[in-house]
Design a protein. Structure first.
Length: 473
């Protein structure tokens, strides 16, 4: 009897092992994308070595090989997909966005955005980290303070730091150090350093983040931008904010003491009257270009205030988006913006000021800083995925070439942040791809001519992404 049981167990084990091997072999099957032109987005878009009649081999969620058909051998087990006449590039990266529903996740993917640096706040809601399918989410959180939108707020030891009746709490250096360590353990990839932190606090946070390999986003008022550049900030966020680096010291000093007080209006009044040809703008641009910082203009947040904008609600991906999940969405019939600046805004800004910020930023671009794409979706009329393509268009209007704009959404993240898993179509990278029906280097609007989106080596069913009813979760 015992021998029979042993034999049966051996037979069962043998069957299980053979089944595992069969599943493993199935998982190892390759996909070969053939015939397309591989777009070169390396070196910040300054290289132009596109590869016609390319072959890209995908296996187990990664790129196994990529190059000319004469060089790359197609494995015998590969499923071949013919993309003759198409253009192949890395999946797009949005460096500043939210995702609060499955519908938004689908919209990101439908428009070719395969990675977002995701944040949660009062304008973008809470990150939905369990969406499926979903772009890869690299969490971003604030550093040096704690509020109800922190990724740590569910932990009592952190939520208890917020005093009763208050929205947030500035942390001590020791608390900030512990915060950054905890966020690192939880997979956070970037830290936002906010407007009311002092230069000393900013310097400390930058140093701590870099010690753990985290990227730092700066959106400053109290901290002078010259100090942040010197201390090694990685990203200057929002053109309407980093242009404060142009104000003279007499206007910056009151902001150090009271960043949200009466001194904010004169600071923005200075930018409002600043001639876009003023030499100080080019000098500031040179300082940025000489630093480690990249610009993330988030021009899409101003898209509806700028001329020649489209009604984004007419995009197919907008059909699954619930306006309730968007902050100050545009009018769903006209596509025009709802009011962006409140009467209580300390900056005293109007929609006309967005054009002024755009003009100043255009002059900054003459010094060739590194740019990164971030849309700020879903706030102020921006939409997940859809606004990535307006961001690319606006970067070209700022003076970038189409290829440089493509790099801002792909390889620049790899080259500036060391995120080697994404940003290029080459062996070892994650198999996230965007396949287009027309050449995006000839016309940036061709990024909207999407044939296929590949996520983790799987060709997505794009029409199926739009079959969801509006999500309420």
């Amino acid at each position: 009897m015992k021998i029979g049981i042993v034999a049966a167990l051996a037979l069962l084990l043998s069957f299980a092992e053979s089944r595992v091997c069969a599943q493993s072999e199935k998982a190892q099957l390759a996909i070969a994308l053939v015939g397309g032109t591989l777009i070169d987005v390396s070196n910040s878009g300054h290289n132009t070595h596109d590869i016609a009649n390319a072959v890209v081999i995908l296996r187990n969620g990664k790129i196994e090989a990529a190059g000319p058909a004469a060089v790359v051998k197609i494995p015998k087990d590969a499923k071949t997909l013919d993309y003759t006449g198409a253009y192949i590039m890395p999946g797009l990266v949005d460096g500043f966005g939210g995702l609060n529903s499955q519908a938004q996740a689908n919209a990101w993917l439908y428009m070719g955005v395969t990675t977002i640096v995701g944040n949660q706040d009062d304008r973008r809601g809470m990150l939905k980290l369990d969406a499926h399918p979903s772009p890869h989410i690299y969490p971003l959180d604030g550093g040096g303070f704690i509020d109800q939108y922190s990724l740590l707020i569910s932990l009592p030891q952190w939520s208890s730091k917020i005093k009763k009746g208050e929205d947030f709490q500035i942390l001590s250096e020791q608390e900030t150090k512990a915060q950054i360590e905890e966020l690192t353990r939880r997979g956070t990839r970037a830290i936002w350093i906010g407007q009311d932190l002092t230069a000393a606090q900013t310097k400390f946070i930058i140093a701590e983040c870099h010690r753990f390999g985290l990227i730092t986003y700066g959106e400053f008022i109290a901290t002078p931008y010259s100090d942040a550049l010197k201390d090694g900030i990685d990203v200057l966020l929002h053109m309407s904010r980093y242009e404060l680096g142009l104000i003279p010291s007499r206007l910056q000093e009151p902001l150090v003491r009271d960043p949200f007080g009466a001194a904010l209006a004169p600071a923005y009044a200075y930018l409002r009257q600043l001639d876009s040809a003023d030499p100080s703008i080019a000098e500031y641009g040179k300082k940025i270009s000489a630093s480690r910082a990249a610009l993330m203009p988030t021009v899409s947040l101003s898209y509806l205030q700028l001329p020649n904008h489209r009604n984004l609600w007419r995009e197919p991906a907008a059909s699954i988006l619930d306006p309730k999940g968007l902050y100050l969405p545009s009018d769903s019939v006209t596509g025009e913006a709802t009011k962006k600046y409140s009467s209580g805004d300390q900056r005293h800004l109007t929609s006309d000021d967005d054009a002024r910020f755009f003009s100043i930023n255009r002059t900054l671009q003459v010094t060739h800083p590194t740019n990164l794409t971030g849309t700020g979706s879903p706030a102020f009329g921006t939409m997940p995925g859809i606004s990535m393509h307006t961001e690319l268009e606006l970067l070209v209007r700022l003076g970038l070439t189409p290829r440089e704009a493509l790099a801002a959404a792909t390889s620049n993240y790899s080259e500036r942040f060391g995120w080697r898993e994404l940003g290029l179509v080459e062996a070892g990278r994650r198999a996230d791809l965007l396949i287009l029906g027309a050449d995006p280097t000839a016309d940036i609007s061709n990024t909207r001519n999407i044939q296929s989106v590949v996520l983790d080596g799987v060709v997505l069913d794009r029409p199926g992404l739009l079959n969801l009813a509006r999500q309420k979760n």
